[in-house]
Design a protein around this ligand. Structure first.
Ligand SMILES: [Zn+2]
Length: 112
C-alpha cells in the first residue's frame, strides 16, 4: 500500500500539496501551470502550422480552463499574486485557443 503519495504532486522531488481543484491532475498548482502552458503553446504552434484541430485537444483545453477557474475560486480568500497572474495568463491563452478551435471544423477520421 502506498496511499501517502496520493496527496502530493506526482512530479519527482516535489513535495507540494495538490489543491482540491487539481486532484484529477495529481499536480501541485505550479507544476500544473507549467504543463498547461506547454500544452497551450504546443497546440497554438501546431495549429498555426496547419495541424488539424482535434476534439481531444479541445477536451483538455476545457478541462484545463475548468481547473484554473476552480483554483482561482478556491484561492480567492488567500491570493498568491504570482500564481494568480499565471492562472489569468493561462486562461487568456486557452480562450485564444478556444476561439481558434471555434473557427475551425474539428477533424474527423476519414471513413475507411
Ligand atoms: Zn509539483
Amino acid at each position: 500500500m502506498d496511499s501517502a503519495t496520493s496527496s502530493n504532486c506526482r512530479r519527482a522531488a516535489c513535495a507540494n500539496p495538490i489543491p482540491p481543484g487539481l486532484i484529477t491532475e495529481q499536480l501541485c498548482l505550479d507544476h500544473f501551470l507549467d504543463e498547461a502552458f506547454v500544452r497551450t503553446d504546443q497546440a497554438l504552434e501546431s495549429w498555426n502550422q496547419g495541424a488539424p484541430v482535434d476534439s481531444q485537444s479541445v477536451d483538455w483545453l476545457l478541462a484545463d480552463a475548468l481547473a484554473v477557474v476552480n483554483n482561482l475560486e478556491a484561492g480567492a480568500d488567500d491570493p498568491n499574486p504570482d500564481q494568480r497572474e499565471r492562472m489569468l495568463d493561462l486562461l487568456l491563452s486557452i480562450a485564444n485557443l478556444h476561439e481558434y478551435a471555434a473557427r475551425h471544423p474539428l477533424s474527423t477520421l476519414p471513413p475507411s
